[in-house]
Ligand binder design. Sequence first.
Ligand code: DAH
Length: 324
Amino acid sequence: MDLALLVEQALEQVSGAADENALIQVKASFLGRNGALSSELRGLGKLPKEERAARGGELNVAKKRIEEAVAAQQENLRHASAEQQLTEAQIDVTLPALGLPLGHAHPLTLVENELIALFSGMGFEWVDGPEVETEAYNFDSLNMPSDHPAREMQDTFYVEDGIVLRTHTSPVQIRAMEGRTPPLRVFTTGRVYRHDSSTRHSPMFHQIEGFLVDDRVTFTDLKGTLYAVVRELFGADVKIRFRRSFFPFTEPSGEIDIWRDGKWLEILGCGMVHPNVLKGVGIDPQKFQGYAFGAGIDRIAMLKYGLEPIRVLFENDQRVLNQF
Ligand code: DAH
């Protein structure tokens, strides 16, 4: 076969290959084992000896030209497909961004923050206290004798002998009074633990606790302050009931209820700090008096936002949380 013609055909087909697959096929049809050039090469052996070298040289030159054309075309095709990808993948930088989902405060945090703002605004100082507490702070110093029902095993989680998970935030009162001298206006917020579980009770819940100690504190101060707080939390027209109660660490003691859905619901306990409590921290009850109060933050959140059962607050279901 005319070698020049063969090369010409090959180059034409190579440059006409539209993609890599086509190119591979063209390459095979010339350079492959059964390709046109290969059979020419195989034919060398049948040639007379003196023609062999010259023909072999020509064939090699032809082979090389085809190989080079294939390589060049391969490069062209790669370049073209990269170009195409770039064009297709073009992004519109003027499109608005998708935006990141924004986090927000949990309902308990909202209520806690509101309470912190309220009491800070009235000049109360926020303090922290330990969740793992001694029985002495959690009970004894709060005038709770060792036969008090709250000290029984069913209510209290014992960590070890004499050490409990605090059952209320009231021990923070004692810790705060120990390190300070009156006048005092202090409050705390935090977790408390009780062996109790129902639709309205969780073994871990949150309380706010506060107290004021000074030399002319009356029950009226207590009532006025707490009424103002309850009205801030539940609206100025909330129906409030103040009734007597009992706590070992206050005397007299009271509880505040609000009217909701046809019934009175208890929201906080309070009273005048018991003289024994003041004495215990070295404050003279003849010179100083104080009031104290404690309330469940979870309870307030449930009432404020109509959330029930209480576990809704702790399941962290996005369908609930996203509503706040
Ligand atoms: N510690 C009480 C409780 O957990 C709540 C309480 C009542 C706190 C009266 C007080 C108070 O400071 O004066 O049920």
